[in-house]
Design a protein around this ligand. Structure first.
Ligand code: SAH
Length: 358
């Protein structure tokens, strides 16, 4: 597997930058730390795949993107085949999911325009090879305001910076990152944060951490408003929880191993679990319908991934074993099947998507 190099082989001294910043102005927030570390991380190189740091569902098998393409084509058909649609993917990685989905959609004679929202220059270059027809954006704002939007975000929201507050003996404080002379480590910051804590949780025991993701919330609000205005649907697929919980879910992965999120910033992938309960609340506030979350395994099985795997296995007997293994990774509850969840938004007049009925 090729290594995709764009910005050089080491981040330009992120560790030194953080040390200088913390030395000059004091500890930085967890959100600031995570945002900068991930921006460096994704810009440095292509982290995906067996030779990289982690593998995502579209990189496991073409079946994943194909099922998403089928879901979108079905939505489009049942919405009366509107003539001009905008396919939008947030954080498309190598472009694999979009390429597989668009191929599946083309079998239904559905050819939406392709818009990719990507922050990393290195990954934009990889995406250009997979999807030469695409247009790139920094955010949803520049995506055309005419035609329904068909939006996909797979393992995107988990990469956005989370904010944490922690209960101390003196009340709630923002959780920050300091440098103790040897290493970075999390600590309770100096400023009171009691006003951001919901009353029901205000008197949690000292040490309790509450996590939120303002960046994900902001994007979800924007998506809901655009679906309300333009029609269409959005699929959010990620690992996360369906009912509010406490505790830090920040984690770092490097070379397929969990590592300390506070060592070597910019050299590992930082993620946090997605709060699906919040995504549901935002749909309600934005006056659009929301379905799920359902487990990725159940959802893919309802869409017919089992039949697709059988067909692929029969047409390429030499690869039947790999196909069966990939299917297992995507759907088994002890693999990605239940930790990963799928949630859909739909604009006015758009159908309840396949896999969310009942
Ligand atoms: N969806 C892909 C890649 C997941 S990795 C897959 O499933 O394989 C996360 C992706 O989100 C990468 O493409 C990364 O560069 C992008 N990303 C992370 N934070 C971003 C941000 N703030 N703005 C735009 N893209 C971002």
């Amino acid at each position: 597997m090729e290594e995709f190099e764009a910005g050089g082989d080491a981040p330009p001294g992120l560790e030194a930058v953080f040390k200088r910043l913390i030395g000059a102005t004091g500890p930085i927030s967890i959100a600031h730390y995570m945002a900068e570390a991930n921006a460096h991380y994704y810009n440095r190189t292509d982290p995906l795949g067996a030779a990289g740091d982690f593998i995502t569902a579209p990189e496991i098998s073409q079946m994943f993107g194909e099922m998403i393409g089928l879901w979108l084509a079905d939505q489009w058909q049942r919405a009366g085949k509107p003539s001009m649609c905008q396919f939008v993917e947030f954080g498309p990685g190598r472009g694999t999911l979009a390429a597989d989905a668009l191929r599946a959609m083309a079998q239904f004679d559905f050819h939406p325009r392709v818009h990719l929202i990507e922050g990393s220059t290195a990954l934009r270059m990889a995406q250009k090879i997979a999807l030469p027809q695409a247009t790139w954006h920094d955010g949803l704002d520049s995506v055309p305001r005419e035609g329904p939007l068909l939006i996909v975000a797979n393992e995107f929201l988990d990469a956005l910076p989370v904010r944490q507050v922690v209960r101390t003996e003196q009340g709630w404080r923002e959780r920050v990152v300091l440098h103790d002379g040897e290493r970075f480590r999390p600590a309770a910051g100096p400023r009171p944060m009691d006003s951001v804590v919901p009353p029901a949780l205000a008197s949690s025991p000292p040490g309790t951490i509450l996590e939120s993701c303002p960046a994900a919330a902001g994007m979800a609000y924007e998506i809901a408003a655009r679906l309300k205005a333009q029609g269409g649907a959005a699929l959010f697929i990620d690992y996360g929880y369906a009912t509010a919980q406490t505790g830090s879910t920040l984690q770092a992965v490097r070379a397929h191993q969990k590592v300390d999120p506070f060592s070597d910033p910019g050299l590992s992938d930082l993620t946090a679990l997605v709060d699906f309960a919040q995504l549901k609340q935002i749909a309600l506030a934005g006056d659009i319908d929301c379905h799920g979350p359902v487990g990725q395994g159940d959802w893919l099985m309802a869409l017919g991934i089992g039949q697709r795997a059988a067909l692929l296995g029969r047409s390429r007997p030499d690869q039947a074993k790999q196909v069966a293994e990939a299917l297992d990774r995507l759907v088994s509850p002890d693999q990605m099947g239940s930790l990963f969840k799928v949630l859909a938004y739909r604009g006015p007049g758009w159908p309840v998507g396949a896999g969310f009925e009942g």
